[in-house]
Design a protein around this ligand. Structure first.
Ligand SMILES: [Zn+2]
Length: 78
């Protein structure tokens, strides 16, 4: 498995190996997020979904969640 320089923790660590989400966001996570931080965010995300009462099957809520994900993982814009 290849290593990435993680945008969240700043360490060079093992990456995910495959994009965890479809599209540009998934590709960005694959390139910029280590497996450890992704796992931490996956757990945190559950709280975020509950906190904002997000319904990820709805496009609008999914986009909100993706925006929060970008922020949480310190992903580069775009
Ligand atoms: Zn990390």
């Amino acid at each position: 498995m290849s290593e990435v320089t993680c945008a969240r923790c700043g360490e060079r660590r093992e990456g995910l190996g495959a994009a965890p989400l479809p599209g540009a966001l998934g590709a960005s996570i694959l390139a910029n997020t280590c497996a450890t931080c992704w796992e931490a965010w996956r757990l945190e995300q559950v709280k975020v979904i509950n906190h904002y009462s997000l319904r990820p099957h709805l496009k609008e809520d999914r986009e909100k969640l993706y925006e929060i994900t970008r922020d949480a993982l310190h992903l580069p814009a775009g």
